[in-house]
Design a protein. Structure first.
Length: 471
């Protein structure tokens, strides 16, 4: 039978090959500990050159699957990266077959995305007047939230660009996503006021003063960005304090809760870190970090659905809705964000929650906090030093506190690289008080206490080995 050239030559051959691929994928995920990051071979670019030909399924198994980013491994704690779930296999296969465009129209995705947003809304304590949209991640969610704030602040913003004197406030150390969003909205990052922080928490008095000063010079304070889980040290702003202030000042309160918002699911004392988050006007958070769901998936959650729609909805004639038929259905998520065409992000979150249950996520998040505390104990017991107290799931430390600052920095950076190359353990680094430190952000459901112990022993051993070289 002659086939269309964009169809498989033989579906039964493909079926057989896919069974092999599925077995390989299930093995790789089940045995994640045996599959750490490895340096990609130097000729990978050549192997990937378009037009190389050959059996794609076999090439994916041999040349693609091994060269992942390492974040599926139980001893991966670099940056803030999620570990991926077996439910992603279910969702990925089904999503590929359905090829859903979730921008609008009347099909299952609308209900599923609504269910995911509704569950999250309840966990965050927003009432049922809230709305949301699944996006690539917190970076995009921040743009959506701040654009919503901007249009509420200046209803003309969509028409003529609106007020040029808008200002945004956040603690120094706020994630770069906020700066990017402020730039993208055309405010310019000089309009982002970086307010002093004390122990990783925004100084409310300094914040108030900055607002007063800006108003006095004729500017319009538009939004305060509170952080729930700062990227470097895992600090949490006093969200109730921020909510009191924004309520009194009539300013939008946005919370960057990329990973830290999920302490809402954790046990005490970690849950208390996000008390007050329910009073925010908007939250940006990720499923792909501390909910462990496969990349990519974040959420912009907006307390006031009307404000959310007002910032994005527009239906030109080619997108007209209808009472019934495929052009029916509400909501159309294109009315709530940047994208018109959108993949099926809801399915992998839904599969995760339905496969494991929300209690399993709560337990994993709580466990990661305990593991960070355990890591801090290990740091101190082994003669190393914390760069800052562990608040939830981030532990930042220096391996050799006895050395001068520059030598500590060099040593810690080399330890990070050495462990990545040799021990399947991934820390990243960050600078605290002028010293480059080792940093672990535990957003990994595969991590067990013995992994933490092994890794800390490896840090000590590597430090001992490298000290000779550096000293
Ligand atoms: C990761 C992160 C972001 C950016 O989120 P993406 O999902 O990578 O776009 C923003 N804020 C914080 C605190 C983060 O950790």
């Amino acid at each position: 039978m002659a086939t269309q050239p964009l169809e498989p030559k033989d579906w039964e051959d493909l079926r057989r090959d896919l069974h092999g691929l599925l077995d390989r994928c299930v093995d790789q995920m089940r045995d994640a500990e045996d599959h750490p990051w490895q340096t990609p071979p130097p000729d990978l670019a050549d192997r990937y050159a378009i037009g190389s030909g050959g059996d794609v399924v076999a090439r994916v198994m041999d040349q693609v699957l091994p060269y992942h980013g390492g974040n599926t491994h139980p001893k991966f704690w670099g940056w803030v990266q999620g570990s991926g779930l077996a439910s992603d296999l279910v969702a990925g296969i089904a999503a590929a077959v359905m090829n859903t465009n979730g921008g609008g129209r009347h099909h299952g995705i609308n209900e599923m995305e609504r269910a995911v947003i509704d569950w999250t809304r309840r966990k965050m304590g927003f009432d049922d007047g809230a709305s949301g949209v699944l996006v690539a991640g917190t970076s995009q969610a921040t743009v959506i939230a701040l654009q919503t704030a901007r249009v509420r602040c200046c209803p003309d913003a969509r028409t003529d660009g609106g007020n040029t004197g808008l200002t945004v406030y956040a603690a120094e150390g706020v994630h770069n996503a906020t700066r990017k969003a402020v730039e993208l909205l055309g405010l310019g990052h000089e309009q982002l006021r970086l307010v002093r922080a004390k122990n990783g928490t925004i100084d409310l008095h300094a914040l108030q003063q900055a607002i007063v000063a800006d108003r006095a010079s004729g500017l319009t304070p538009m939004a305060i960005v509170g952080t729930a889980g700062s990227v470097d040290l895992g600090g949490y702003d006093d969200l109730n304090g921020l909510a009191d202030l924004t309520a009194a000042e009539g300013i939008w309160l946005h919370v960057d809760g990329a990973f830290g918002a999920w302490t809402r699911l954790a046990d005490s004392p970690w849950r208390g870190l996000t008390d007050g988050i329910e009073r925010a006007d908007s939250i940006a958070l990720d499923f792909h970090k501390w909910m462990y769901v496969g990349y990519d998936c974040g959420l912009a959650l907006i307390a006031d659905q009307a404000a959310h729609r007002a910032a994005f909805a527009a239906r030109p004639s080619y997108l007209k809705g209808a009472a019934e038929g495929l052009a029916g259905g509400e909501p159309w998520f294109c009315d709530y964000g940047i994208d018109l065409s959108r993949g099926n992000r809801a399915l992998k979150v839904w599969c995760a929650l339905e496969m494991f249950g929300e209690e399993a996520f709560a337990a994993a998040i709580t466990l990661n906090c305990k593991q960070a505390a355990f890591m801090a104990d290990q740091v101190q017991a082994r003669g190393m030093a914390l760069a800052a107290p562990v608040v939830s799931n981030i532990c930042v430390f220096t391996a050799a506190p006895d050395l001068p600052a520059d030598q500590q920095s060099a040593l810690n950076a080399q330890i990070a690289t050495h462990l990545q190359l040799h021990h399947a353990t991934v820390f990243s680094t960050t600078d605290v008080n002028g010293i480059t430190c080792l940093r672990a952000a535990i957003t990994n459901h595969r991590t067990r206490d013995h992994h933490v112990e092994q890794a800390m022993q490896a840090v000590v051993d590597t430090a001992g080995m490298l000290r000779g070289v550096i000293g």
